[in-house]
Design a protein around this ligand. Structure first.
Ligand SMILES: CCCCCCCC/C=C\CCCCCCCC(=O)SCCNC(=O)CCNC(=O)[C@H](O)C(C)(C)COP(=O)(O)OP(=O)(O)OC[C@H]1O[C@@H](n2cnc3c(N)ncnc32)[C@H](O)[C@@H]1OP(=O)(O)O
Length: 174
């Protein structure tokens, strides 16, 4: 394999390769699904600025119980819309353990139906609505403890090969 380097000129190819190849299709059970990466902004347990999203299988989809905190504030007492989008995007990323293939977000669309309040418990669910070739059409909801829908989201994920991530390392941002 070619040796890939990051923006600091350090070789990263082997790390990225190991990371991508660590993903395997997870069989259906209710156990917690593994984070995408220890430092993932959505679910990484080692990212102090992240959301620590914890996700389980739920039938054909996934489910998470989550609350936003002061780090995610937009207007006082209300979660920033971008923070909410981060969490919904990351939740979609957990469906890939069922799909069994690597994919990335091409389009993400949210309807903010009511404000998402800080320190309030929410239930998040996501599922694959349909697949056409490489296109995965995904859908999700966030409900409050009373079962009211506060967010609905849809996404288009595109299935990619391992090389997608390797190429990204080969062409660092300028
Ligand atoms: C065993 C496996 C288990 C897996 C387990 C977990 C795996 C975890 C994997 C990864 C961890 C990530 C952690 C998750 C976090 C949340 C997800 C993220 O944050 S992802 C980062 C943000 N997203 C990007 O960085 C993408 C940037 N975009 C791209 O790289 C390209 O645009 C890409 C690869 C998405 C597509 O590029 P093209 O050149 O390959 O494909 P083209 O031809 O442009 O589009 C493909 C098809 O989609 C349609 N399409 C494109 N946009 C569309 C749209 N808006 N609406 C409808 N169709 C659209 C097109 O018409 C085309 O369709 P036609 O093949 O011709 O039928």
């Amino acid at each position: 394999m070619d040796e890939f380097r990051d923006t600091a000129g350090e070789p990263v190819g082997a790390d990225i390769d190991t990371w991508v190849r660590s993903f395997t299709r997870k069989e259906s059970d209710s156990s917690e699904l593994p984070p995408h990466h220890p430092n993932c902004l959505g679910c990484g347990p080692e990212n102090p600025n992240g959301h620590f999203l914890s996700v389980r299988r739920d039938g054909d989809g996934v489910i998470a119980h989550h609350h936003f905190d002061q780090r995610h504030v937009g207007a006082p007492g209300i979660a920033h819309g971008g923070a909410v989008a981060t969490v919904m995007d990351d939740l979609f990323g957990f469906l890939l353990y069922s799909v069994g293939e690597l994919a990335v977000t091409r389009r993400l669309e949210l309807d903010y139906l009511t404000p998402v309040l800080l320190d309030n418990p929410y239930i998040l669910r996501a599922a694959v609505r349909s697949r056409e070739g490489r296109k995965l059409h995904l859908t999700s909801t966030m409900e409050d403890a009373g079962g009211r829908s506060v967010i609905t989201a849809t996404a288009l994920f595109i299935v990619v090969e391992v090389e997608h991530f390797l190429k990204s390392q080969k062409n660092p941002r300028t």
